[in-house]
Design a protein around this ligand. Sequence first.
Ligand code: CP
Length: 312
Amino acid sequence: MRGERKVLSSKDLLGIKELSREEITLVLDTAAGFKDILGRDIKKVPTLRGKTTVNLFFEPSTRTRTSFELAAKRLSTDVINFSVPTSSVVKGESLVDTALTVQALGADFIVIRHASSGVPHLLARHLHASVINAGDGTNEHPTQALLDAFTIREKKGRIAGLTVAIVGDIMHSRVAKSNIYCLKTLGADVRLIGPPTLIPRNLRETGVAIFHNMEDGLKGADVLIMLRIQMERQGKGFFPSTEEYAKNWGLTPERLSRAKEDVIVMHPGPMNRGIEIVSEIADGPKSVILEQVTNGIAVRMSVMYLLSGVKR
Ligand code: CP
């Protein structure tokens, strides 16, 4: 007899903050099944045939948008990549009206990336379609954290008890926020490393340890997550110059030697080579950066599948 189908508790994926440990584990376990399917000659399954996915990206993206498109296609949904510059958004149509229009055209999943924190939450209140947050301002990027957790678990066999160091511009990073919530919920020891100007002190309330010295923070780490230095914020006083940042916070082979011998190095991308990470490490044997990208498809298939079963 087949067991009851497990689903997430909400129709939307807005952030990791809203997920329980059981729900995160369900996403990762389900993704492992989809990863097996992606290793076959025929990678497509009919699971969500007849459904429609709309990618609504108001900010640039390479990995997330392409990966959601592939995930949706592998599950046999129809996919529309909404083009913001050629849409009626430029004529002044509101975000909610745009989303309602897309829903009226038949969207079952709306994948949204927006520069303003909270936009996915706003849309979720107005729509019966599933809203998936693909990155909102400096708030959260939940599917990035889920694919990071999937990659760590695949490489290390567990997450609980590992020491994970997140390095760089924590303040502006939605990836960092989602990773903190996800990894803490799964039982990892999380360290934040960076200059005081880029680490909000209130994050201590999440149970993380904060280091303002690279060498100390990297000591004994099992996993390093390097963050993109946000060039668009350069010159706003958070650090003196990119050269200065690279000197103090860039990952070099000497610094990496402070971590455990079997440390893995991660980066959500896009990378600034030579600033937060040198190419020798990004392309080296400890790097799992491209595996993170590959795992993003299975994890996003898992999320869409688990949301599709939620009663509404
Ligand atoms: N990691 C990530 O969000 O990359 P993109 O901006 O290319 O989607």
